[in-house]
Design a protein around this ligand. Structure first.
Ligand code: PEP
Length: 268
C-alpha cells in the first residue's frame, strides 16, 4: 500500500508523542506553540493525520489551556492513570481528573511502567478499564523483550499481553494499541516494518476476537520504538500499522513535526 493512501476501516492515522519525564509546564507551552506553528506553516491537515502529545501530569493544565484558547487541533493525553476513581492512593491520578482536563487519551502499560514499576497485565487491564470508564481512550502498550523475541518470536508476548489487558473490556470499546518492542525503545534500533506489520496484524486479530469485528476494523494499531522522520514512512506503508508512538524524537519539535508529515516522505 502506498503511504499516501488511507487505511482500511476508515482509520485515521495517529502520531502520538510520549514526552516521558521531559519538559516542564513552561517548556510544554513553548513546545506546543512551536509544533502548532510548524504544522500550520506546512499546511498540515489534522483531519488526515491525528497528532497527540503526552506530557507529564504537571503540564496537562497548561497544554489544555493553550490548545483551547488558541483553538489548536492537537490532541493530548496523560502517560498513566490510576485504576481507582478516588481515595487513599497517594501519588496516583484519577481518570476523572484527566477527563476534567479534557484529555483525549491516556497511555497504559508502557514498558517503562511494566519494568520500572512492575505493573502486571492485570493492572494494565484495570487501568484501561478506568480510562474507558472516564471517557478516555487508552493507548494500550504491549511488546516483547529481546529475550522474548529470541525465545518466542515477535508476536507471542504482545498478543498475550493484549489478550490479558482486554479481558474485561466491553465489546466495541474505543481503544488504541501500541506495539512497542522493548528492545527497540530508545535504542536507535527500530523493528523492521515487516515485523511491525506481522505483530500489528496479530494484535488486530486479538482486538477482533475480544471486542468484535467492528472494533477490529476501526482500532488503530501503532508502532513504537526508535521512530524517526527517516523511518516513519516505511512503517506507515504497512496496512495494519496506523501510526506511531514516538518517545525520544517527540521532544524535538522539528523532528516530531516531520514525523507527523510522513506523507511528504514518500520514497524515503
Ligand atoms: C517510547 O518510549 O514509547 C518510545 C517508543 O521511545 P523511542 O521513540 O525513544 O524509542
Amino acid at each position: 500500500m502506498a503511504v499516501t493512501q488511507g487505511k482500511s476501516g476508515g482509520r485515521t492515522p495517529l502520531i502520538a508523542g510520549n514526552w516521558k519525564m521531559n519538559l516542564d509546564h513552561l517548556q510544554a507551552i513553548a513546545f506546543v506553540q512551536k509544533l502548532a506553528w510548524s504544522l500550520k506553516d506546512a499546511r498540515f491537515d489534522f483531519d488526515d493525520v491525528e497528532v497527540a502529545v503526552f506530557p507529564p501530569f504537571t503540564d496537562l493544565r497548561s497544554v489544555q489551556t493553550l490548545i483551547s484558547a488558541d483553538k489548536l487541533l492537537l490532541k493530548f493525553g496523560a502517560q498513566d492513570v490510576s485504576a481507582h476513581d478516588s481515595g487513599a492512593y497517594t501519588g496516583e491520578v484519577s481518570g476523572a481528573f484527566l477527563s476534567a482536563l479534557d484529555c483525549n487519551y491516556v497511555i497504559v502499560g508502557h514498558s517503562e511502567r511494566r519494568t520500572l514499576h512492575l505493573e502486571t497485565d492485570e493492572q494494565v487491564g484495570a487501568k484501561a478499564l478506568a480510562a474507558i470508564k472516564h471517557g478516555l481512550v487508552p493507548v494500550i502498550c504491549v511488546g516483547e523483550t529481546a529475550d522474548d523475541l529470541a525465545e518466542h518470536g515477535p508476536s507471542a508476548v504482545p498478543v498475550a499481553q493484549l489478550t490479558a489487558a482486554l479481558e474485561n473490556v466491553a465489546e466495541g470499546a474505543d481503544i488504541v494499541v501500541a506495539y512497542e518492542p522493548v528492545w527497540a525503545i530508545g535504542s536507535g534500533q527500530a523493528a523492521t516494518p515487516e515485523q511491525a506489520e506481522q505483530v500489528a496484524a496479530a494484535l488486530r486479530d486479538v482486538v477482533r476476537s475480544r471486542l468484535g469485528d467492528e472494533a477490529g476494523a476501526k482500532t488503530r494499531v501503532l508502532y513504537g520504538g526508535s521512530v524517526k522522520a527517516a523511518n516513519i514512512a516505511s512503517f506507515m506503508r504497512q496496512p495494519n500499522v496506523d501510526g506511531a508512538l514516538v518517545g525520544g524524537a517527540s521532544i524535538q519539535v522539528e523532528e516530531f513535526a516531520s514525523i507527523c508529515r510522513y506523507k511528504a516522505h514518500v520514497g524515503t
